[in-house]
Design a protein around this ligand. Structure first.
Ligand code: SAM
Length: 285
């Protein structure tokens, strides 16, 4: 029986072709097949480096049937490189599904690290890089997009998004409404000729793009929520409900009374003893 092949997750440049790694070039030359998210884009890359290898497409709309084909080839002993449109496969592209499928089939997966637009934008942003959260693309549907933003509005980590130019202004408007007028870095056309990083507030960014239509590829990096403001906001919200209702809110979520009292104490910055006493008063009131 043949030994199984290896799937190589091969990062490619996000603009500047000089960002390809020596290892990526060697593996692209050595594998039996290259699975590419956008074969036209990958052909340009391969031609530039004079690599002549069979290509197959692997993208969102053929990933189920093509995933099976790729796994069959790997099980027969072929080595395959997966490349995305640009950057690192598995980041905002279907690479993640192929990795899962390979792991389920006992196939070795090896990563060749390289450019990622999100990290490139983050390190240029001038915002905190110690703790960050990659949020990928927001939904096209307005309601889903806003729900996504609502869910992360209290996150104190730096937030990173990918966005298409035609959706940028509307996304910024939703961000302004839901996240508030925070500092933002808009990283455009990274590593390319017209690379630009606009560092301003969300409001200023909206004004800018209402005057000049956004063009190119964008990463948005937004400062996290202010910890103190989040805390104050929460306290204001808790002050609107009684201790008794607050405890019952947790109990209705299936949490036992003892744990609910603990949570309420933490939420309100009180001791458990104080919560206990207040809840009795509340009940009697
Ligand atoms: N796998 C890629 C990676 O590692 O970054 C991301 C793929 S995702 C389908 C494409 C999105 O990444 C673009 O819409 C844009 O938001 C961002 N992006 C890719 N290249 C970029 C660049 N050179 N400058 C700014 N953003 C870029």
């Amino acid at each position: 029986m043949n030994e199984k092949g290896t799937l190589y997750l091969c990062a490619t440049p996000i603009g500047n072709l000089e960002d390809i790694t020596l290892r990526a070039l060697r593996i692209l030359r050595e594998v039996d097949l290259i699975a590419a998210e956008d074969t036209r884009q990958t052909i340009k890359l391969l031609n530039h480096f004079e690599i002549n290898k069979p290509l197959t497409s692997y993208y969102e709309h053929n990933k189920v049937e093509k995933g099976k084909y790729i796994v069959e080839q790997l099980l027969q002993g072929k080595d395959i490189a997966l490349v995305s449109d640009a950057g690192t496969p598995g980041i905002s592209d279907p690479g993640e599904d192929l990795v899962k499928l390979c792991i389920q089939n006992g196939i070795t997966v090896s990563a060749l690290p390289g450019p990622v637009a999100a990290i490139t934008g983050l390190i240029l942003s001038g915002l905190s890089t110690g703790r960050f959260c990659f949020e990928g693309f927001l939904a096209v549907n307005k309601r889903n997009r806003r729900e996504h933003l609502e869910a992360i509005k209290n996150d104190t980590r730096t937030l990173i998004f990918y966005e298409a130019p035609h959706k940028l202004t509307n996304t910024l408007k939703d961000m302004l409404q839901i996240l508030g007028n925070r500092n933002i870095a808009i990283a455009r056309e990274l590593t390319k000729k017209f690379e630009e990083v606009i560092r301003c507030t969300i409001e200023e960014a909206i004004q800018k793009f209402e005057q000049n239509m956004p063009k190119g590829e964008f990463v948005l990096i937004i400062e996290g929520a202010n910890k103190q403001q989040v805390e104050e906001e929460k306290q204001r919200e808790w002050a609107e409900i009684s201790i008794y209702d607050h405890i019952n809110m947790y109990i209705s979520q299936g949490i036992d009374r003892k744990e609910a009292l603990k949570k309420v104490a933490k939420d309100r910055g009180l001791s458990k003893r104080e919560v206990y006493a207040l809840q009795l008063e509340n009940k009697e009131a």
